[in-house]
Design a protein. Structure first.
Length: 231
């Protein structure tokens, strides 16, 4: 049984190879399904944006057009950080941890930025704490969050929105929220590869595997040691 309850069944390598080959058929089908979904996403219609949005950036007040930095496409992470919060959302932070160098996106004519309602000084202070180099702007003096579903009835909501630029005209092409962000939070995909999975109680796992409530284990990356310290 082992320390953590029921472990995978132990078999000879030949049996493991047969089981792995069966699983591989499903993994390939999933990859092809993802390709089909991405193809449909590329064919979505778009919505013209006529509203003027002002954001506070390190360089002063900027527009939505400025966030493109001259590129054709823009990805916005709607980062949950309310105007009176002392630190950002742990789940949004996990995603930001995984973004990596933006040069790869820039090579495909695509910009990326974080947008939150908190004052710019709070955003920049938290960014320094987390060690990120991602661009981050405050939307606190505009209706941007509300217009794109990132603030609903005063409550913050994590999400991603994509915009396309044609000259100076901007269009909204796609948004996703909640679990729709999971593909960009690589730790989930990595944990899905393991026998214990994400270790959350909604998962279909064999009896005895370790599990907790969803997301309750997630911390800011500099806070795990504090959470596990003896009280």
């Amino acid at each position: 049984m082992g320390q953590h309850g029921e472990l995978p069944r132990e078999v000879e390598r030949s049996e493991w190879l047969r089981a792995s080959e069966e699983l591989l058929l499903h993994e390939k089908a999933l990859t092809r399904m993802k390709d089909r979904v991405s193809a449909r996403r590329r064919r979505l219609p778009m919505v013209r944006i006529d509203a003027s949005y002002a954001f506070e950036s390190e360089g002063g007040t900027v527009s939505l057009l400025d966030l493109f930095e001259g590129r054709r496409q823009l990805i916005v992470q709607h980062f949950m950080f309310g105007s009176d919060w002392t630190e950002g959302c742990s789940g949004c932070s996990m995603m930001a941890d995984h973004i990596g160098p933006l040069s790869h996106l820039h090579a495909r004519d695509t910009s990326f930025t974080l947008v939150s309602r908190a004052p710019l000084r709070s955003l920049l202070g938290f960014r320094q704490r987390m060690g990120w180099r991602l661009p981050w702007v405050s939307s606190g003096h505009s209706t941007f969050n509300e217009d794109f579903g990132a603030t609903v009835d005063g409550a913050e909501r994590q999400g991603i929105s994509v915009f396309l630029r044609d000259g100076k005209q901007i269009f909204h092409t796609w948004s996703t929220y909640a679990r729709g962000e999971e593909p960009f939070m690589v730790v989930f995909d990595l944990l899905d590869l393991t026998p214990f999975g994400r270790q959350e109680n909604w998962e279909d796992s064999p009896s005895g595997r370790p599990q907790t409530e969803p997301y309750e284990w997630i911390r800011l990356h500099d806070s795990y040691a504090l959470a596990d310290a003896p009280k």
